[in-house]
Design a protein. Structure first.
Ligand SMILES: Nc1ncnc2c1ncn2[C@@H]1O[C@H](COP(=O)(O)OP(=O)(O)OP(=O)(O)O)[C@@H](O)[C@H]1O
Ligand SMILES: [Mg+2]
Lengths: 228, 296
């Protein structure tokens, strides 16, 4: 679960990316976070995984106050969150298989578990036949699906996706979103950042809209006054 | 913590890959360790040999104390107790003028040449052995205060020269070794810094998926370990070979004067020392380098 209370973020160069953001995402919920470019969506995600600290306000993730967390405990919190980054952040000199297996290695999974789980997850995103390829041998959409596989592989309690469909064709996009919804149905909390209004419209789900660093609407009706 | 074979294999594999990602720098750090250890090892072997020479000189480095003709035989024999109270005296042997005469004659083949020498021209004497040649001057001085002695004779010049050499070599090598140690640690730490720099994006990703600092550190520590131990082993066996060559030419050149200490006499402690330093420089150097990219 996620709770942000009156969060402000000012970057070192003076850019005020967030100006008092408050929202809550309960365990098991599914929500879209939408808003124009530069509105602060990625900033919210970076706050949620402790990559940056808020200038003011409170950020709580899976019950942990991100402001008080001990450096020593941060890795263990991050393991409860699967993140799909907007820029994928794949390791260039490792194969697709290794990029995914890597997340499991980090948490100390056994070789046997890795050999079972990684092919399964690659199949879920439709990339089992690219397991040996390096990221720079893949299309943008394929890289994105590797990032999705990596976020799923450890069965995190919360999945945060920053534009998980940005480089995919509409059919693929829908497929990825349906996959994330299926995972949500199994109990995982899911937050998806996206531009794609037509895609969001296909789901009857909660939509949080942000503009200029402020939440401008938040509701189940799928309404938001942002034209993507 | 439970040892995870899968993980250990991962650390080793990553460490080895990293070495080849910046092979020039890895090569440089191995070379500096080799140079450092060969120079240090040479000094150690030099000091070991000087010590052996000093030890040898000590054992036949006697002070000869000649006794006045007017001291009676029994008084002369009784002097031994006095001598033994003098500091640094390890032992004293009384040599009668008869024995001295025979020794003297015995040194020459042509016995008849000295046939007509009367043994009474020789003095009774003591052969006095010392514990530490470095203090032989003081011992000699103390013996001069014994009135029964007419003359004190030592060829201490050679031994004390070696003691001086040992002191000088000891200091020079201590300074050189300290400087080389600092340089080696510096180069090793820079190699690992480069390794972490090459992988900074990867490290950032690892952190984002929940890697602990120790998980991230191990491959780099292993890399340092591998470089350090490889360097030290190459240095060890090179030094062994070089010493063999050096020993060969010394034997030819200075046959009979002294024997070089055999490498096998010092091989075990030297091996432990080399391996220890290789390990220390490798792991220590990488330790210095590692705290930079981990604070996210
Ligand atoms: N590291 C940074 N330093 C300074 N300013 C930044 C930094 N990262 C983002 N910003 C600024 O903060 C604001 C919000 O950026 P953010 O990346 O959160 O937007 P976004 O909603 O994710 O946009 P997009 O949809 O294009 O990804 C922007 O004005 C951006 O220029
Ligand atoms: Mg963004």
């Amino acid at each position: 679960m996620i709770r942000m209370t009156d969060v402000f973020k000012e970057y070192a160069n003076g850019t005020k990316a967030l100006k008092g953001v408050t929202f809550e995402l309960n365990t098991g919920e599914f929500a879209f976070l939408v808003g124009p470019s530069g509105s602060g969506k990625s900033t919210i995600i970076r706050l949620l995984i402790g990559e940056i600290a808020p200038s003011d306000g409170e950020v709580i993730v899976n019950g942990q106050d991100m402001d008080n967390i001990k450096m020593r405990k941060m890795p263990y919190l991050r393991r409860t969150v699967g993140v799909i980054f907007q820029d994928f952040r794949l390791i260039e000199n490792k194969s697709v298989y290794e990029n995914v297996a890597f997340s499991m290695r980090v948490i100390g999974a056994s070789g046997k578990d890795i050999r079972q789980r990684v092919p399964y997850v690659l199949e879920l995103v439709g990339l089992e036949y690219k397991a040996k390829a390096k990221p720079d041998e893949l299309s943008g959409g394929e890289q994105q699906r590797v990032a999705v596989a990596r976020a799923l592989v450890n069965n995190p309690r919360l999945i945060i996706a920053d534009e998980p469909t940005g480089n995919l064709d509409p059919a693929r996009s829908l497929e990825i979103l349906l996959l994330l919804k299926k995972i949500n149905d199994l109990g995982t909390t899911v937050l998806i950042v996206t531009h794609e209004k037509p895609l969001v419209d296909q789901f009857s789900q909660r939509v949080i809209a942000i503009d200029g660093g402020r939440i401008i609407s938040d509701g189940m009706d799928g309404y938001y006054n942002y034209e993507g | 913590m439970k040892v995870n074979r899968n993980r250990t294999f991962y650390y080793i594999k990553e460490g080895v890959i990293s070495i080849f990602n910046h092979s020039l720098m890895s090569f440089a750090s191995i070379c500096i360790i080799i140079a450092f250890l060969i120079i240090m090892g040479s000094f150690i072997l030099l000091v070991v040999n000087i010590n052996a020479i000093i030890g040898e000189l000590e054992s036949d480095n006697v002070i000869l104390a000649f006794i006045h003709e007017n001291v009676s035989d029994s008084d002369a024999r009784a002097l031994e107790n006095t001598i033994r109270t003098i500091p640094n005296v390890a032992g004293a042997r009384f040599i009668t003028r008869q024995e001295a005469y025979e020794q003297f004659i015995g040194r020459y083949d042509e016995e008849d040449r000295f046939e007509d020498i009367d043994y009474t021209v020789f003095r009774h004497r003591y052969a006095i052995y010392v514990d530490d040649v470095a203090l032989i001057g003081d011992t000699q001085q103390a013996l001069r205060h014994v009135p029964e002695f007419a003359r004190i004779n030592t060829n201490m010049a050679v031994a004390s020269a070696f003691v001086t050499v040992r002191t000088v070599v000891g200091w020079i090598s201590a300074v050189i070794i300290a400087v080389l140690l600092v340089i080696s640690l510096f180069i090793m730490s820079n190699t690992i810094k480069l390794a972490t720099f090459e992988r900074r994006e990867e490290i950032a990703i690892m952190k984002m998926v929940g890697a602990t600092n120790s998980f991230i550190r191990w491959p780099f520590i292993f890399e340092g370990f591998l470089l350090g131990v490889t360097g030290s082993m190459i240095a060890y066996f090179s030094l062994w070979g070089l010493y063999g060559l050096a020993a060969g030419s010394v034997m030819e050149f200075e046959a009979g004067f002294f024997q070089l200490v055999l490498f096998s006499n010092v091989s075990v402690p030297l091996f432990i020392l080399f391996a220890g330093i290789g390990f220390g420089v490798g792991v220590g150097g990488s330790g210095f380098a590692l705290n930079r990219y981990l604070k996210v």
